[in-house]
Design a protein around this ligand. Structure first.
Ligand code: CP
Ligand code: NVA
Length: 331
């Protein structure tokens, strides 16, 4: 049956079949080729989209804005500092109001339940732009980048995520890999393994059984062998800055450096990172933490700037994949 995602919200990849995810990826590749060729279809002409951000963003916000502008949609940005949302008006009421004005709503914030509630009440598609436990638009961009740089179908690709294995990106990867039959290793310390949500692990293992995926949690360096992709994210996610001292202690052995690249035994291993990244001391945060005695780099500058690194292709693909999600659901 032909895939039709019109009217659907995009809250987590767990809500989509492998065929539906394939459809969004194909659409993203197609939209990227069209943009490169200067072809504009304005498939969102007459539509309006609102972007709600309770956390900061560069890529996700700009990807949504450019995607809308490219396809002829109007776009409004709201953050918690400049709207009534959450403070003087409940999310339920906010969703009901915005659903009357807009054809689609993007939300970035804390709890997954909030984005689910918005979808329940808005009456229009809601797209998850990151929560504490998921980042599904990022995974679409990552899969698209893998398809451009790894000469294998997704179901033969091994992704090793090194670092804070209990963060939103790690869970988002579990969902994505389980659905697409990929091979995922969450490579991190035993202490963090204990913090993983066992219900989620059971759910992804169930899906993995159907698709042929493998989902592994490991602190054994041997699990790096054969990786096609080494993936990093910050050690303390937005809102977790107080945890930095503890995380640096736990995660320093999981910083991605050239030795870790070598340990994959794959000369063509690709390095990916959702960004923003601490790979040097050029940011205020990295500098301040260094002065306090904490080296928060999750990857060395050498790896970040090496031939293995495809992070800027990956960042660009945020826009093409987000455009695909918007076009597929409200276009
Ligand atoms: N990768 C990502 O979501 O980046 P932003 O936080 O800049 O949106
Ligand atoms: N884990 C990071 C991802 C940023 C895109 C965070 O939530 O801050």
């Amino acid at each position: 049956m032909a895939v039709n995602l019109k009217g659907r919200s995009f809250l987590t990849l767990m809500d989509f079949t492998p065929e539906e995810i394939r459809y969004m990826l194909d659409l993203a590749h197609d939209l990227k080729a069209k943009k490169r060729a200067g072809i504009k279809n304005e498939v969102l002409k007459g539509k309006n989209v609102v972007l709600l951000f309770e956390k900061t963003s560069t890529r996700t916000r700009c990807a949504f804005e450019v995607a809308c502008m490219d396809e002829g949609a109007g776009v409004t940005f709201l953050d918690s500092g400049s709207s009534q949302m959450g403070k003087k008006e409940s999310l339920e009421d906010t969703a009901k109001v915005l659903g009357r004005f807009y054809d689609g709503i993007e939300y970035r914030g804390y709890k997954q339940e909030v984005v689910e509630d918005l979808a329940k009440h808005a009456g229009v598609p809601v797209w998850n732009g990151l929560t504490d436990v998921d980042h599904p638009t990022q995974i679409l961009a990552d899969m698209m980048t893998i398809e451009e740089h790894v000469a294998k179908p997704l179901n033969r690709v091994k992704v090793v995520f090194s670092g804070d294995i209990r963060n939103n990106m790690s869970y988002a990867w579990m969902y994505g890999c389980a659905k697409m039959g990929m091979h995922y290793v969450a490579y991190g310390p035993e202490e963090l393994k204990k913090e993983l949500n066992q219900d989620v692990i059971a759910k992804v293992q169930e899906v993995a059984k159907e698709t042929g995926a493998t989902i592994e949690i490991s602190s054994d360096p041997a699990s790096l062998k054969g990786a096609d992709v080494l993936y990093a994210d910050v050690w303390a996610s937005m809102g977790e800055e107080a945890e930095i001292p503890e995380r640096v202690k736990l995660l320093t052995p999981y910083r991605i450096d050239m030795d870790m690249i070598k340990a994959t035994e794959n000369p063509d291993v690709v390095f990916l990172h959702c960004l923003p990244s601490f790979h040097d001391f050029e940011t205020t945060m990295a500098k301040t933490q260094k002065e306090a005695g904490y080296d928060i780099r999750e990857v060395t500058d050498e790896v970040f700037r090496s031939k293995h690194s495809k992070v800027f292709d990956e960042a660009e693909n945020r826009m093409h994949t987000i455009k695909a999600v918007i076009v597929a659901t409200i276009g």
